[in-house]
Write a protein that binds this ligand. Structure first.
Ligand SMILES: Cc1cc2nc3c(=O)[nH]c(=O)nc-3n(C[C@H](O)[C@H](O)[C@H](O)COP(=O)(O)OP(=O)(O)OC[C@H]3O[C@@H](n4cnc5c(N)ncnc54)[C@H](O)[C@@H]3O)c2cc1C
Length: 416
């Protein structure tokens, strides 16, 4: 069924009884050309582009829970391409361009809202850094604007300008950045992949990776053995666990990141705003809730919940930046497991094991990467070579001495 205004009217007059399930619930076949482990945004997007772009339709996505139960449905929904380093900026800009056409492409409303992101800075050194970042963006053809304090006062009057511990000096604006509805992205890619014949198999945990003569031949799952010619891992926070099944020790640590949503308010914050003196970021959802988060909890964990000390720290940062936040009630909080890499940048690459491909290291920035990650991973699996915007995202860049360290934090995953 194609979604359109007409289909909504028709269904409304028919008592909304004609809507069909958005994807099938198939039983796994004994063998696929490609199996993707992980039914998050990246796994679903990979399956979609494998079928749509590269004509490989005998594909299964295996998900241990339900589709979208991982980070794709837990993030704070920010999409942007305001990166500095050459290994990252072209990739994230490619992603933003895919986002801009995604709703038409998928015939699904992912609620992309290009409201702009403003990254605040608080001292001269930080201003210089953001200027450099803006220049690097413009060298890649991506528009960036520097805003002074007076302009910011008019645009964001709710910020703490007068009595701040870290005074606001200015901000870097990317107008094309914004937010998208996170789980709609998973559902949109799932529906698109299913329509092209991909089997989406939920409640199917991969428990082992079978190899014969060093070549991957399939996976052991809670629904039995499933064979494949090629295997792609897109398990995000569980990547090290899944990699271990093939004997891989990945340059990742898993950490918890929390998100918070307040009660609904009238429209008051019409951009995404990030705080430069900490890691706080905030936007307002279409329902009116303020959606925000900050740093990871800072210890390794596979638990999808965080601790109160970090929650308190996030609230402090928020109130320092926007004093009025102190009167708003927080309704919900949750955590997700982040696959933090050694340089804070992702990995899309083949592995030393034949037919085994890897997509991981998204840290807490992988939502914005979803379309490009899926596209580039599908390209790699289908053609055996990296897409040109993902060539730097190699697994062996650490041993070769080519890290992509956007934060300049060295191999300290908890600091990226
Ligand atoms: C609180 C929070 C806020 C964030 N905010 C942002 C943001 O504003 N902007 C941004 O760009 N990014 C953000 N992120 C990061 C982003 O959500 C992730 O980087 C991205 O979603 C990871 O890719 P994914 O969608 O494929 O992951 P997931 O949705 O986690 O998908 C991986 C899937 O693999 C499955 N899986 C794991 N092991 C197995 C197995 N053995 N067998 C079968 N299936 C398995 C999991 O169940 C899961 O569904 C945030 C993350 C969190 C937690």
């Amino acid at each position: 069924m194609r979604y359109s205004a007409l289909s909504i009217f028709k269904q409304a007059f028919a008592g909304n009884l004609g809507w069909k399930p958005v994807w099938r619930e198939p039983q796994p076949k004994p063998h696929y050309d490609v199996i993707i482990v992980g039914g998050g945004g990246h796994g679903l997007a990979t399956a979609y582009y494998l079928a749509r772009e590269f004509g490989i339709r005998n594909v299964a996505v295996l998900e241990k829970g339900y589709l979208g139960s991982g980070n794709v449905g837990r993030n704070t929904t920010i999409v942007r391409s305001n990166y500095m380093l050459p290994g990252n900026e072209p990739f994230y800009e490619f992603s933003l361009k895919l986002w801009e056409g995604l709703e038409r492409e998928l015939n699904y409303n992912v609620m992309l809202s290009q409201r702009g992101i403003i990254s605040l800075y608080h001292n001269d050194g930080q201003r210089d850094h953001y200027t450099r970042r803006g220049n690097a963006m413009m060298m890649e053809g991506v528009a960036a604007e520097q805003l002074d304090r007076e302009t910011l006062k008019k645009m964001l009057p709710f910020l703490n300008f007068d009595h701040a511990r870290f005074p606001i000096v200015g901000g870097l604006l990317q107008r094309r950045a914004g937010t998208a509805r996170h789980d709609a992205v998973a559902w949109g890619f799932a529906r698109g992949a299913d329509r092209l014949g991909v089997d989406l198999i939920q409640n199917c945990e991969v428990t082992g990776i079978r190899r014969e003569n060093g070549v991957v031949t399939g996976v052991e799952t809670t629904k039995g053995f499933i064979g494949c010619n090629k295997l792609g891992l897109a398990a995000a926070g569980n990547s090290s666990r899944v990699g271990e099944m093939a004997g891989l020790k990945l340059p990742l640590e898993s950490h918890v990141l929390q998100a918070f949503v307040t009660e609904g308010l009238k429209p008051c914050i019409d951009h995404v705003v990030t705080y430069g003196a900490g890691h706080f970021y905030i936007s307002q959802s279409d329902k009116g809730g303020l959606v925000f988060g900050a740093e990871i909890d800072g210890y390794s964990s596979y638990a999808q919940r965080g601790n109160l000390a970090t929650a308190e720290h996030v609230m402090e940062e928020g109130v320092t930046m926007i004093p009025g936040l102190s009167r708003v009630r927080v309704l919900r909080a949750w955590g997700g497991v982040m696959d933090m890499s050694m340089d804070g940048s992702p990995i899309i690459d083949r592995t030393s094991i034949e037919n085994l491909y890897l997509n991981c290291g998204w840290c807490y920035g992988g939502f914005k990467a979803t379309p490009a990650s899926g596209f580039c991973f599908a390209h790699l699996i289908a053609k055996g070579e990296s897409h040109h915007v993902a060539r730097a995202l190699r697994l062996d860049r650490f041993e070769r001495g080519f890290p992509i360290d956007e934060a300049g934090a060295n191999p300290q995953p908890n600091l990226h």
